[in-house]
Design a protein. Structure first.
Length: 131
């Protein structure tokens, strides 16, 4: 078991070189799929954009990320089953889930993403490891 005091908790927006490399690779893949006229090329930027939003901007808990991802897969599958390959309808159906996940995260006493100092009155407790 690791000692939580060895790595201090941080808050705010995060972006690493690894994140930038993943986003660049995703952009390359998206452009390549778009050049091939692949009708589902929009899934790559949608998934990567949410990955960045959840992991770097709002620092969403993994279980809520998995909830969102499950809903996204079911949403896209339902649209595919209905013969829809466009991007607008699935993303409009996904938008309320995205907003709900972000609101859940911001309202939690463990919120430590962007603007956490303004949005989480219990941030100091979280950073001190008392939660």
């Amino acid at each position: 078991m690791t000692d939580s005091s060895s790595t201090p908790r941080r808050h705010g927006f995060r972006c690493s070189i690894g994140d930038a490399l993943i986003l660049a690779a995703g952009l390359g893949l998206s452009c390549w799929l778009h050049a091939l006229d692949f009708p589902l090329a929009w899934i790559v930027p949608a998934a990567l954009g949410h990955f960045f939003l959840f992991c770097n901007v709002f620092l969403v808990w993994r279980r809520w990320e998995l909830l969102w991802a499950s809903a996204f897969v079911l949403n896209v599958a339902a649209h595919l089953a209905l013969g829809s390959l466009d991007w607008l309808s699935p993303l409009l159906f996904q938008l309320p889930i995205t907003v709900l996940v972000i609101i859940w995260q911001i309202r939690s006493p463990w919120y430590h993403g962007i603007l956490a100092e303004q949005l989480n009155p219990r941030l100091k407790e979280y950073l001190a490891g008392r939660q």
